[in-house]
Design a protein around this ligand. Structure first.
Ligand code: ZN
Length: 221
């Protein structure tokens, strides 16, 4: 893409969350709300806009790239904002963007992981368009499956927009108190004998978005 296209795409990607944040803030609380909203939208927006300009996650010469860009700044803006918050925190903590994975992938990739290991398993995190924890392009089938899985969550956010995160949270709560997944859970492979295992191998992979991505993309579990 031409330099000015990249810069414009980044400026718009920063300005949209700032503008929406400012407008919502002004509606909620007048002048002080406006300032708070501008900051809440604009600070993560600036980090996201910088990533859009510098790493070209959206190929704006293709229909697919334009569609992703428009979706992420409109219908899926709440998800994009959450991802931008994750991006901002990670950049401040010293994480770095992986250029080879981010370019034209529709996602901003961070090299380092954000979650501590759980029972020896280290999870990759995807929020909005930001994927944290894959440091290099996939070299093995398992790594390709992991990348496809995480990008599956980005697609889900784009499809379900503002309903995505609330529906996942509601499903998480429901799967905790009413474990219907117990009926189709692979008890031989993932026996549940502790509270930690109940969440890690029971609730988490059976929430609808994970059930979908593990089945469609893998990795096999
Ligand atoms: Zn997942």
């Amino acid at each position: 893409m031409r330099r000015w296209t990249k810069v414009c795409a980044g400026v718009v990607a920063a300005a949209v969350p700032a503008g929406v944040g400012g407008a919502l803030g002004a509606l909620a609380g007048g002048r002080s709300g406006l300032v708070a909203g501008l900051a809440a939208g604009g600070v993560p927006g600036a980090a996201f806009g910088w990533a859009v300009a510098a790493f070209e996650p959206y190929d704006l010469t293709s229909v697919r790239g334009i569609t992703r860009y428009v979706a992420d700044l409109t219908w899926s803006l709440p998800n994009t904002w959450l991802g931008a918050v994750l991006l901002t925190g990670n950049l401040l903590a010293g994480n770095r963007v992986v250029a080879e994975l981010s370019r034209h992938g529709g996602t901003v990739h961070l090299a380092g992981r954000t979650l501590p290991a759980m029972n020896g398993v280290r999870y990759v995190t995807t929020v909005g368009t930001v994927v944290a924890g894959i440091a290099a392009p996939a070299a093995t089938p398992a790594a390709r499956a992991l990348l496809a899985h995480e990008r599956g969550h980005v697609l889900q956010a784009r499809l379900f927009g503002p309903a995505y995160v609330p529906s996942v949270l509601v499903n998480y709560a429901a799967a905790t108190v009413l474990p219907l997944w117990w009926l189709w859970h692979d008890h031989a492979r993932y026996p549940i004998r502790s509270v930690a295992a109940y969440f890690q191998y029971g609730v988490y992979p059976h929430v609808w978005n994970e059930e979908w991505c593990y089945r469609v993309y893998g990795p096999r579990r």
